[in-house]
Design a protein around this ligand. Sequence first.
Ligand code: F6P
Length: 342
Amino acid sequence: MRVGVLTGGGDCPGLNAVIRAVVRKGVQEHGFEFVGFRDGWKGPLEGLTMPLGVKECRGILPRGGTILGSSRTNPFKLENGVEQIKENLAAAGVDALVAIGGEDTLGVATKLADLGVDVVGVPKTIDNDLSGTDFTFGFDTAVNIATEAIDRLHTTAESHHRVLVVEVMGRHAGWIALHAGIAGGASAVLIPEQPFDIEKVCAHVETRFESEYAPIIVVSEGAVPVDGGDMTLVSGEKDAFGHVRLGGIGDRLASEIEQRTGKEARAVVLGHVQRGGTPTAFDRWLATRFGLQAVDAVADGEFGTMMALRGTKIVRVPLSEGTAELKVVSPEEYAEAQVFFG
Ligand code: F6P
C-alpha cells in the first residue's frame, strides 16, 4: 500500500514526531510505502510531493515545525478542488492518506472521507480546542513556554512595580491562558469564554498593589470585555506614559489599566514563540502514539477516523467528532481557579 501524509493549518511542536511514527511503523510492520504531500491540502491539490521514508525521518523527533510544510489551503473553497485532489492522489499512486491537522484540516478530511477518499486524521493544535480528544499535542509545549515567560515576568514586574499583561494564543478557547496562568501563579486570567469586566480587573490590580504585589495578568488573544466594554484606546495612539499602543487585546488592556489605575503597565505578546521550537517530552510521547495508532488504522482499513487520547488510551473516533464543535473552558473549570485570581 502507498500512503500519503500531509500536515495542515498552523504548525505545532510534535508534527514531525507523528510523521516519524507513521513512517517507521508503516515501513517496519506493515510494509507500506510513503509519499509526503507538501504544505497541507495544497500538496494533493497541486500535486506537490516529496520523498518520505525512514531516511527522511531520521533526527526529526525533537524538531519543531513540520518537514512537510503547512498551509491553510481549503480545497472545498476552490473550484474543482476536490476533483483535482482525487486526480493527484491517483497520479501519485496513493491508496490512503494520513492528514495531521486542526479543525480546518480535519474538516476537509471529514468531507473527503464522505466522498470516498480513504483518509485517517491526527488531531493537532496548540490551542487544545479540538473535541473528541482529551489533549492535542503542541498544547503542553505552548503552556510550558507561556509559563516560563510568566515566571520571568514576575521578577521584572516586581522590580519596577508594574503591571505586566501577557497575551497568549487562543482565539476561541482559553486553555493556554488558564493552564499557564495557574502554573505561573498569575494574578488574573482572562479567556474568550468569559467576557471580562474592565472595572473589576482594575480593582483587582489595585488590591494587588496594596499587598505590595506586582500583578501579572494573562489574557487570551480572543478575550473580550463585557458588552464590548468602554475600553477607549485606538490602535497606534500614545497612552498617558507615551507608549504607542498597537491595539491587540493585551496592549489595549495594559493601556486601559494605566489610564484607570495610574499604575504603569506593559504588555508582552508571546505570539508564535508558543508554536515554534522543540516539543516537550509529553508532546513527543502523545504525537508518537497518535502516529502509531494512525498507521494501524490505515492497515485495518478504518478510514474516516481520527485518533484521540481518552484518559491514557489512544482510541479511534469518527473524524466528525473532532470537528463537530470546539472544546472550550467550562464555567466550572474557570471558577475553580478564581481562588488565585479573584
Ligand atoms: O490555531 C492555532 C493558532 O496558533 C491560534 O491560537 C492563533 O490565533 C493562530 O493559530 C495564528 O495563526 P497564524 O499563524 O496563521 O497567524
